[in-house]
Design a protein around this ligand. Sequence first.
Ligand SMILES: Nc1ncnc2c1ncn2[C@@H]1O[C@H](COP(=O)(O)OP(=O)(O)OP(=O)(O)O)[C@@H](O)[C@H]1O
Ligand SMILES: [Mg+2]
Length: 300
Amino acid sequence: MGTARPTSINEIGDVEARLLERHYIGDRALATAIFLALKLDKPLFIEGEAGVGKTEAAKVMAEVLDARLIRLQCYEGIDLAHAVYEWNYPRQLLHIRLLDETQDRRAAEREIFSPEFLLRRPLLDAIDNDDAVPPVLLIDEIDRSDEEFEAFLLELLSDFQVSIPELGTIKAKRPPFVVITSNRTREVHDALKRRCLYHWIDYPNLEKEVEIVRARAPEAADGLAREVAALVQGLRGMDLYKVPGVAETLDWARSLAALGATRIDSSLVDATLGAALKYQEDLERVREKVPAMVEKARGA
Ligand SMILES: Nc1ncnc2c1ncn2[C@@H]1O[C@H](COP(=O)(O)OP(=O)(O)OP(=O)(O)O)[C@@H](O)[C@H]1O
Ligand SMILES: [Mg+2]
């Protein structure tokens, strides 16, 4: 299809630079995946642990492309009425009631199945719109939806069209840039993955995480940013119920900065542990190790 996009993304480096401008610390591999997804007009399937920046990548791409972000948050039981369209029954009923006896019933029926009575949900909106730039369609956390819904998406993503029995088939003039994310709580079907380019976002290493904190929590002093990132890196190596993601690192750095800290110490870390750990069992397990962790992080 090769849609022309009114942005000057001509090479992978352009993607890298644009992400950085918006304080998103990506790496070459992610920039390459985004670049190719744009060039080939293919959906980008991003998988990774919780809080590694999957959703944020899509949001930032909408800004980069100066496109509207259309977000479909998936959940168990999501169906076409919530994802694509639904007829506005109350409004249709009201319309029929207001007709007087003399009016032609058949004409009225045709009328109430016109676009005016349609409740447009994200997927329809992504396909049928007058946006100057094709929107970014974020299908977030697809692993939460069920397989039936996935099968429907498969169809939609191959043709970028939706069929509404009363109205006919609606096809996208220009396909949206599609980003699909998954936390991998279950495997997504191969057939769906096959239609996409795939990218796995790992937890960042220490250097990258420090960069993320500097970009997103500039109120944290340089030394603090580094120490918090090092603490979190340490926590990720522990056997915890739920290890912290990048979102937690940022919360932790912001919390400590809000307390006026420019370095960490055991009592500060102990007092703010809830920014990083959200399970009582994890808190207990970590608390006794705080002094050793702090010492190690201060040397990082
Ligand atoms: N590489 C990055 N550069 C800048 N900020 C980042 C990066 N990675 C994560 N973040 C920040 O971390 C937070 C969590 O990111 P996000 O919500 O995108 O994670 P996610 O992978 O979608 O997580 P979940 O699976 O829980 O939905 C956001 O505030 C985001 O700004
Ligand atoms: Mg997310």
